[in-house]
Design a protein around this ligand. Structure first.
Ligand code: NDP
Ligand code: 2IT
Length: 444
């Protein structure tokens, strides 16, 4: 049996009931086959793949907190420190009722390669909890965050592991957690990114994932003979990534006609009203059903359906496994030319294959959404030198990083005879640096 197949089999056997983790490992290792085959003897002897798929360590802990009725609630907290061969562990904290160890491991594994692609010195990690911030008061969120950080603070630090936001974790949660870390450790250090601008945050971090997604998409289109201006775009999600993807797409002269949340989706043929969307989601923390109050000519539909809308470009920005084979078929049938993933692993493997086989330009999340973590790394740099850079400076660095990532994927794919396969390109380019660093550091 090939080395890749052996390791895949072992991952499934050793980590039962973690389907998302299996999916992420399979997607990466499948596309690394040519690289692994070219170095099989050495990698086998060094057990490189076995080490790569086994987290350095993982923490699972109880998070008790008191709700507004005086009732004690108990959630489970996680932090998986996956791989620090190129820098301190870095990756977000997801707060969502669906969170379990397998989901955190899939995200941590993806993060290793994404962080490598940024070209910055950051390793892979991820954490979170099955806590649901939806419908909770600010005090309840603070009670949860303080309890979560009371345990998490034992394992993190500015030079060891630097968490940030992800689904359900935004500026409010990062602020609550930073305050608690500082109280317990007595350290004012850049232990979290996505901080507020008054206490060490970086300009552009809020916008970075969505903006970065569009910078990479623009470059991918340009290098394939298309202009983003004038394109019709469908977006899923209406959180941090979706909102700033829509903002940048509009600035680039494209028209975004959809967005969604976990209950339903909006179709606005005249283009999404961003000010309305920001007010609904960022200020009121409300549902998309409200959008029609601002835009009477728009449509609201329950359930899912964004991918059935005719478009040139599709940007899934909500969550994993939200774009299935039938959605890919609808996109192709409607003449879509490009899909770029703002979310982590939003496209299922069969859908990805279908899109690629039908000539759709496909940018995988670990490349396309790397602008968020890249700007987090820029926040770490600013914290280390105790300086803050201007919006223009951070934004131009972000743009340079995203354009560079695209060319690295493109080159890596070409080197292995897979021109235009950006999934393979991303996995290969991300892997090469990590593999070299691991091998240079001995058996560890
Ligand atoms: P938010 O919590 O801000 O927004 C998530 C959005 O997705 C919401 O609109 C949410 O709707 C919707 N959604 C629909 N179905 C689900 C579901 N099953 N689980 C969770 N959310 C769902 O998160 P972000 O925008 O930060 O993250 C979106 C995606 O981008 C995730 O995959 C994340 O890992 C990835 N990402 C985020 C980065 C960042 O910097 N924030 C960086 C790189 C990737 P509802 O409000 O109804 O739950
Ligand atoms: O998935 C991701 O890359 C993030 N949620 C951002 C991580 C970070 O450390 O900024």
């Amino acid at each position: 049996m090939s080395y890749v197949d052996e390791v895949l089999e072992r991952v499934v056997a050793k980590n039962p009931a973690e389907p998302e983790f299996h999916q992420a490992v399979k997607e990466v290792l499948e596309s690394l086959r040519p690289v692994i085959e070219a170095n099989e003897e050495r990698y086998r002897k060094e057990a490189l793949l076995e080490r790569l798929v086994e987290p350095d360590r993982q923490f699972k802990f109880r998070v008790p907190w008191v709700d507004d009725k005086g009732q004690v609630q108990v959630n489970t907290g996680y932090r998986v420190q996956f791989n620090n061969s190129i820098g301190p562990y870095k990756g977000g904290l997801r707060l969502h009722p669906s969170v379990n160890l397998g989901i955190i491991k899939f995200l941590g594994f993806e993060q290793i390669f994404k962080n490598s692609l940024t070209g910055l010195p950051i390793g892979g990690g991820k954490g979170g909890s099955d806590f649901d911030p939806k419908g909770k008061s600010d005090r309840e969120v603070m009670a949860f965050c303080q309890s979560f950080m009371t345990e998490l603070c034992k394992y993190i630090g500015a030079d060891t592991d630097v968490p940030a936001g992800d689904i359900g974790t935004g500026a409010r949660e990062i602020g609550d957690m930073f305050g608690q870390y500082k109280r317990i450790k007595g350290l004012y250090e850049g232990v979290l990114t996505g901080k507020g601008l008054t206490y060490g945050g970086s300009l552009v971090r809020t916008e970075a994932t969505g903006y970065g997604l569009l910078y990479l998409t623009e470059e991918m289109l340009k290098c394939n003979g298309h202009d983003i201006a004038g394109k019709t775009i469908v977006v899923s999600g209406s959180g941090n990534v979706a909102i700033y993807a829509i903002e940048k797409a509009q600035q680039m002269g494209a028209k975004v006609v959809t967005c969604s949340d976990s209950n339903g989706w909006v179709y606005d043929p005249e283009g999404i009203d961003l000010a309305a969307l920001k007010e609904i989601k960022e200020v009121k923390r409300a549902r998309l059903t409200e959008y029609k109050n601002y835009r009477p000519n728009s449509e609201y539909h329950e359930g899912r359906g964004v991918w059935t809308v005719k478009c040139d470009v599709a940007l899934p920005c909500a969550t994993q496994n939200e774009l299935f084979l039938e959605d890919a078929q609808a996109l192709v049938a409607n003449g879509c030319i490009a899909v770029a993933e703002g979310a982590n692993m939003p496209t299922t493997m069969d859908a990805t294959e279908y899109l690629q086989k039908n000539g759709i330009l496909f940018a995988p999340g670990k490349a396309a959404n790397a602008g968020g973590v890249a700007t987090s790394a820029l926040e770490m740099s600013q914290n280390s030198e105790r300086l803050s850079w201007s919006f223009e400076e951070v934004d131009s660095k972000l743009k340079g990083i995203m354009v560079n990532i695209f060319h690295n994927l493109d080159d890596a794919a070409k080197r292995y005879g897979k021109a235009g396969d950006y999934v393979a390109g991303a996995n290969i380019a991300g892997f090469e640096k990590v593999a070299e660093a691991m091998l240079a550091q001995g058996v560890a």
